[in-house]
Design a protein around this ligand. Structure first.
Ligand SMILES: C[S@@+](CC[C@H](N)C(=O)[O-])C[C@H]1O[C@@H](n2cnc3c(N)ncnc32)[C@H](O)[C@@H]1O
Length: 391
């Protein structure tokens, strides 16, 4: 819950949207900030749910679910699903938004009362893929990995091996394709540094896919899919289209993840117990620990370390170091100043050796700077160092 008065919340939200080039929400939120009818509508919601992003997501949700209203013409995302032309129709967006809200007042309040905004960013799989390759390469027996995604949302990142990837070297545009060449979902990632710095990018065999989330989303239901899509912003068609395609993959996959509802710290031991101890396990999370207090972050790490005593367990996370002081993130080799969105990809190996900062990455996986050299699986301990890989 924000302590700020609602008009202030709308104005701050508008500024953020303007900074991100999200014109639709910028205009709407500036219009809502001083509108007494709209402020009165939101004031009917439970106190902790009175937030601009929840109202915006609820409106977007009803439009995606098929509500007919002139407002739909202003949402590129809704137009893309309905097959209409993108681009603003040139009327009064704020007036249409307000009319929609007052017309659908009861449905909106019902949604706002119980929902929370939620995302599942499959772009982060551009970091997960090389990290899992590092882990798989370290297992001389090449056993299939079991995956456990903490804060899995709709479990879409557990389907990383259903997607296609293009890694593009920033300096000269050289590309490295990976993943499934026939994939319906394609992820692009700019590589800072050299493509040759990345580990091999094959698809490691996966034994089990599991997740835990406080409010898991069922990607196979219309309600779940529409809510997840509705929490994206209507101007960002690329991100929306990618998620839409990933949801289609989740609907038809032959390997749906097993997802458990609960708190990631409290439920972790019981869920790990369901996984055969002989199966090498990767416990990972991305942009989840920031929701925990630093103390709870430390409890999470302690719980993982305790579980790692009894089995082969790798711990991997992609989190903002600024937001997660309770995680054992090594400092970045980069001299750049870090923002709260800057994200570190960290691996705590199963053998108990110290954490490795594998990479720095964009919070949605748009770019990756790989730091750690991958172990070469063809070299056995005691053999001489391999010659540097071609770059
Ligand atoms: C920003 S989303 C990230 C989802 C996904 N990991 C990704 O990278 O796209 C955060 C997710 O963590 C979940 N979450 C936050 N705190 C949690 C907790 N203490 N226990 C379980 N799930 C939690 C939320 O429900 C939400 O699905």
């Amino acid at each position: 819950m924000s302590a700020l008065p609602l008009p202030e919340q709308f104005r701050i939200f508008a500024q953020g949207a303007a900074r991100d080039g999200a014109t639709t929400y910028d205009v709407i939120c500036r219009g809502m900030a001083d509108d007494p009818d709209m402020l009165a509508l939101i004031a009917e919601a439970p106190l902790r749910q009175r937030r601009p992003n929840l109202l915006l997501a609820a409106v977007h949700f009803l439009l995606l679910a098929g509500a007919r209203h002139p407002l739909a013409a202003y949402y590129d995302t809704v137009q893309s699903i309905a097959g209409g032309p993108p681009g603003a129709p040139g009327g009064d967006l704020v007036a249409e938004f307000k009319d929609f809200c007052l017309t659908h007042r009861a449905e909106l309040l019902a949604l706002i009362a119980v929902r929370s905004t939620q995302t599942n960013e499959i772009g982060r799989c551009t970091a997960l893929l090389p990290a899992l390759n590092v882990i798989a390469a370290g297992d001389p027996e090449g056993q299939p990995l079991s995956l456990l995604d903490l804060g899995t949302s709709a479990g879409l990142n557990l389907l990383f091996d259903s997607y296609g990837y293009t890694y593009r070297q920033r300096t000269d545009g050289a590309v490295l394709p990976a993943g499934r060449p026939d994939a319906k979902v394609h992820l692009e990632c700019t590589v800072r540094g050299l493509l040759g710095d990345l580990p091999p990018l094959s698809l490691p065999p996966i034994a089990r896919r599991m997740g835990i989330d406080a409010t898991p989303i069922d990607p196979t239901s219309d309600d779940g899919a529409h809510w997840l899509l509705a929490c994206l912003w209507p101007d960002n068609l690329d991100r929306f289209t990618r998620l839409h395609e990933a949801l289609a993959v989740a609907r038809t996959t032959s390997t749906p993840p097993e997802v458990y509802r609960g708190d990631i710290v409290d439920e972790l031991p019981a869920v790990v117990e369901r996984i055969a101890p002989s199966s090498p396990l990767v416990v990972f999370h991305s942009w989840v620990a920031a929701y925990l207090s630093p103390e709870r972050q430390r409890e999470l790490v302690d719980t993982v370390r305790e579980l790692a005593r009894g089995r082969t367990l790798h711990y991997l996370y992609a989190e903002s170091p600024v937001e997660t002081p309770g995680l054992p993130t090594p400092p970045s080799p980069s001299p750049r100043p870090t923002s709260h969105l800057a994200t570190a990809l960290v691996h705590l190996p199963a053998d108990g050796s110290p954490p490795v900062r594998l990479a720095d990455m964009h919070h949605h996986g748009n770019w990756l700077q790989w730091w750690a050299t991958a172990p070469d699986p063809t070299v056995r301990p005691g053999e001489p160092e391999p010659a540097p890989r071609p770059r």
